[in-house]
Write a protein that binds this ligand. Structure first.
Ligand SMILES: [Zn+2]
Length: 311
């Protein structure tokens, strides 16, 4: 893994042309030859399990298939010029859902297979899961409470009463490589598997810059002040709708005082971090393969991210 390798969910643009200008015509496009649809049931995408590796379970949006969908399908964009859609079939019972699209397919939790599907498919399913997850929990207008309906190929909802427009939400999260004198600051939450330590992270708040959010979160969780901050890269994280903003920061203090949000935080040397990433550390485990945390930690170990010295 290195900065040159694409991050899971983040290949952006190579596989999927969102073709937003076609969204108003999506109902006609769903009926055209070559159209494909990815059903989702209870936040799980349909997965084709017939091959050696799992793949997204694309099906043809026949009238029978469209009859099982809660609302008009969402137009995701074009893949090799052919329209791709996704739709929610959560109203089906579990038994009916698992039988509805044939024995070669199954609804599977994305967390379980994200690392096994191709990077372009992971990028498409991040969009599909995020937008359908939003529709599922936003059937009513947040302004007046009346029912709303999808518009623009499913990329907004309009209230049937007051006319307010609502747009799919993405929640920005800062996640940061905090370094001091060649040591890395890692933390763990109580609910994590034993030994797992990862980069500190937290949701951004209204009115904050990315840099301010990095400094606030690190100070809240560890009482360590952060000086210079820089941006590394970002990753969509569709659990349910986050955008991870990967940053580096220079720690101005060394002494850690943890707060209630985390169970522990500590400094790891480069060598200890490398051992944890390789699964060879007796005490510390590292984050999952498809996470931006692991990607950034690995790139730092490899010398691909330069963090300035303490000022
Ligand atoms: Zn309304």
């Amino acid at each position: 893994m290195s900065l040159k390798d694409p991050l899971t969910f983040a290949t952006g643009g190579d596989a999927l042309d969102r073709a937003a200008h076609l969204r108003p015509k999506s109902a006609e496009m769903a009926r055209q030859g070559g159209a494909r649809l990815l059903p989702q049931w209870q936040d799980k995408p349909l997965i084709d399990i017939s091959g050696p590796e799992p793949a997204l379970g694309w099906i043809t949006p026949t009238p029978e298939v469209l009859g099982k969908c809660a609302e008009a399908p969402v137009f995701l964009g074009l893949v090799d010029g052919a329209p791709r859609f996704t739709a929610d079939v959560s109203a089906l019972s579990e038994e009916d859902a698992q039988a509805a699209f044939g024995p070669r397919t199954k609804f599977i939790d994305l967390r379980a297979i994200a690392g096994q599907i191709t990077k372009p498919e992971a990028n498409i399913v991040a969009a599909a899961k995020g937008v359908i997850g939003w529709h599922r929990i936003h059937p009513f207008c947040a302004r007046c409470g009346a029912a709303s309906a999808p518009e623009d190929g499913g990329w907004r909802r309009k209230c049937g009463d007051c006319g307010a427009l609502h747009f799919p939400r993405t929640d920005p999260v800062v996640i940061m490589l905090i370094v001091r004198d060649d040591k890395l600051l890692l933390g763990r939450q109580q609910v994590w598997p034993p030994g797992l330590y990862s980069l500190l992270a937290g949701f951004m708040e209204p009115g904050e810059t990315i840099e301010d959010a990095v400094r606030r979160e690190v100070f809240e969780e560890t009482a360590i002040r952060v000086g210079p901050v820089g941006f590394i890269t970002s990753q969509p994280w569709p659990f349910p709708a986050s955008l991870m903003l990967g940053c580096w920061g220079v720690a101005l203090d060394e002494e850690i005082t943890i707060d209630d949000e985390i169970e522990d935080a500590r400094w790891l040397s480069r060598a200890e971090t490398a051992m944890a990433l390789n699964g060879e550390h007796p005490q510390f485990a590292s984050p999952r393969q498809d996470s931006i945390a692991r990607w950034i930690m690995t790139a730092w170990i490899e010398g691909e991210i330069e963090v300035p010295a303490v000022p």
